[in-house]
Design a binder for this molecule. Structure first.
Ligand SMILES: NC(=O)c1ccc[n+]([C@@H]2O[C@H](COP(=O)([O-])OP(=O)(O)OC[C@H]3O[C@@H](n4cnc5c(N)ncnc54)[C@H](OP(=O)(O)O)[C@@H]3O)[C@@H](O)[C@H]2O)c1
Length: 411
């Protein structure tokens, strides 16, 4: 319920109101009445069919009834005072063939329908990740049952599926389908948009935060006081690892490909940044740790980096592989593994079952979301592109010039 002067967040079953004044009152749940005290208060969305008596001053409704793409709406339409109807068709990026960024052209697709345990999200922003590039190139096909539309994370409003959550502003981890106006997500993978984060910032969270949580903290066992090495310190994953590592008391050492990127990594919160093109990261890690080595390496490089990473590890160290940009076949100095009792592990998030992802979501909600709510951390956004220019977003990611996340603006 809406409080007077307190937390003014409406219950998702009720209304979405903007610029609420404490004078606004929800009288009772069934026959909802809104008593705005100021003329510029406005209702931005009504989530239920049965509504609404409005008393008081002039209320301007957003022009949601306008349908800029001319798509067919269902009969009940987007009338004043009602939630948008769900159209039959939507704009999405769904390339017919693998290739360069130019294959990412907007096309019309059916709006997906949520199955049991799923929610339909009207997408406002969608994160772009390196795995989307791999998918575009034809090297990372969607797992069975996942949409061919790329996109592993979205933020938006729940408009279908679970009645109890209609109208909730969420960000969600998905196995595909994010580059679209509507996207279906398993209910357990939908987390609230935290604090005052924008939809763009919220869309930048799921893929990197879930990945870093499960790989650096769960598999890598990183804990307060540990020093860890994270390659790709200015990547989406790397910036999330810096934020979360610092938050939980780790000393985060990163590598990055230029002095400028190293400077940015330090600004974001890394304790040390090694320019891997100019310096030998193994020697640097030895110097930084006084010869002791790091407790864990989060590796997205693979290939010849793996034996060098093992040389960076302290006794009982953990090596966690999340990608193999320099190749999947590696030569392991097995004697080092035995002598230092090292653990080599790794994972890929996308194909894990929904139950596992829901358990990650629960942990993140408990351990990390309060810090996003309070504003102590926020994701690093490099730039945004309209959905229709997903090709431009991929061109930027291909260039490797970005620091942090690239996000598509959908609505
Ligand atoms: N296993 C999983 O579940 C999972 C989930 C998500 C992402 N990933 C993987 O994680 C990686 C990062 O994803 P993202 O979306 O954050 O991509 P991104 O922002 O494009 O980052 C790619 C990063 O790789 C770094 N890199 C490339 N070669 C390197 C080298 N030789 N030494 C050090 N760093 C190097 C780049 O560093 P510079 O630009 O400084 O050269 C860049 O920061 C990708 O490989 C992606 O496939 C895995």
């Amino acid at each position: 319920m809406i409080n007077r002067g307190g937390d003014l967040r409406p219950h998702p079953l009720d209304l979405r109101l903007e610029r609420l004044d404490p004078g606004v009152e929800l009288v009772h749940r069934q026959g909802i009445e809104v008593l705005p005290s100021e003329q510029d208060e406005r209702i931005v969305g009504l989530v239920r069919e049965k509504l609404v008596q409005v008393h008081g001053g002039r209320i301007s409704l957003p022009d949601r009834a306008v349908n800029p793409k001319g798509l067919r709406r269902r009969a009940f339409g987007a009338r004043r005072g009602r939630m948008d109807a769900i159209p039959d068709k939507m704009i999405a990026i769904d390339p017919a063939a693998a290739g360069g960024p130019e294959v990412l052209q907007p096309v019309e697709r059916p709006v997906p329908r949520p199955g049991p345990g799923e929610l339909l999200i009207r997408v406002e922003a969608a994160g772009v990740n390196r795995p989307d590039v791999m998918q575009r190139l034809g090297f990372y096909p969607p797992p069975p049952g996942a949409p061919t539309i790329p996109g592993l994370e979205v933020a938006g409003t729940i408009v279908g599926g679970g009645e109890a959550r209609l109208g909730e502003r969420v960000c969600a981890l998905v196995a595909g389908g994010g580059y679209a106006e509507y996207c279906v997500a398993p209910a357990g993978q939908c987390l609230p948009v935290p604090g005052d984060l924008t939809m763009i910032e919220a869309a930048a969270l799921p893929e990197t935060f879930f990945t870093v949580w499960t790989n650096l903290f769960q598999r890598g066992g990183a804990k307060a006081g540990d020093t860890v090495l994270v390659h790709g310190g200015t990547s989406g994953i790397g910036t999330a690892a810096i934020l979360l590592g610092k938050l939980f008391g780790l000393t985060v050492v990163v590598t990055a490909g230029s002095a400028e990127k190293c400077a940015r990594a330090l600004e974001i919160g890394a304790a040390h940044a090694i320019d891997y093109r100019a310096q030998d990261f193994v020697a640097e890690v030895k110097r930084i740790t006084g010869g002791a080595g790091v407790a864990a390496v989060l590796d997205m490089v693979g290939g010849d980096y793996v034996p060098r990473n093992l040389a960076c590890l302290a006794e009982e160290g953990r090596h966690v592989s999340i990608a193999a940009q320099r190749g999947p076949s590696v030569e392991i100095p097995i004697w080092d593994v035995m002598r230092k009792r090292l653990v080599l592990t790794g994972s890929t998030l996308r194909a894990r079952p929904a139950g596992f992802k829901a358990s990650l979501a629960d942990e993140l909600r408990r351990e990390v979301w309060p810090h996003l709510e309070s504003g102590r951390i926020r994701p690093v956004i490099h730039s945004t592109f309209p959905l229709a220019d997903a090709a431009g977003a991929h061109r930027l990611m291909d260039s490797g010039e970005h620091v942090g996340k690239i996000v598509l603006e959908v609505a």
